[in-house]
Design a binder for this molecule. Sequence first.
Ligand code: BTN
Length: 261
Amino acid sequence: MTPGVISLPVEFANALALAGGRLGLLGRQIRWYPRVGSTNDVATTLAEQGADEGAVVVADQQTAGRGRLGRTWVSPPGAGIYVSVVLRPSPREAALLTIAAGVAVADGVRSATGLEVQLKWPNDAHVNGRKLAGILAEGAPSYVVLGVGINVLPAAYPPEVARLATSIEAELGRSVDRGLLLAECLAALAARYGQVTDGDARGVVAAWRERAASTLGRRVEWEAGGRSRIGLADDIDEDGALLVRSGSELVRITSGEVRWV
Ligand code: BTN
């Protein structure tokens, strides 16, 4: 067995077995670690070593969890889902991957717990304005590592995180089954990735729009050419870019940070 990997704890193994065929290619190779630096780093090493598409890395704790734009993703033991998946999309499919992953997280959380989350471009999952889950896509041309972090328990986050974050259990006021949550998120990701590789960009974008209804139409601020700009978030296009109306202009934002003001 690879150093650091132990068999899946029973709560995860049972739920993943029950999800069975719905996991598709994400059910073939699932590695569980009690503690890693970052599941994205472990998955990247696997991808570089030629791991098959669909390899999954899950950890109970991350000591160096990463968020977008160089931020830290606080990952206390047993308090969240920390999972990364190796995918090998074409460049065209890769463009829509983070959008599809956001939809999958919203679907998986709802299906496992009943909690409705709202998506903020590109793929943050929020409840009542507080962040519940995030997605980090990293990779080289031959692979994408898609990392998903979901806050499950209201753990002891540092104050600057606690103000802006929430968790599934804090929102629902009851405990939830982490195994079921992981299984439903992976099943939803397999389904949405299938939609991307089948060329159904329109279906993915429509699903994203439905789950982002409360964030579209809102004022956003972003940096372009060294200055700050403001506009109204209008829509996303079929490559997952955010379309923002700014005066008479429709600006297409493909990367970076957008602040909702
Ligand atoms: C964000 O919203 O900033 C993205 C957060 C992504 C966190 C996940 S947790 C699993 C995977 N491993 C990491 O180091 N990061 C991602």
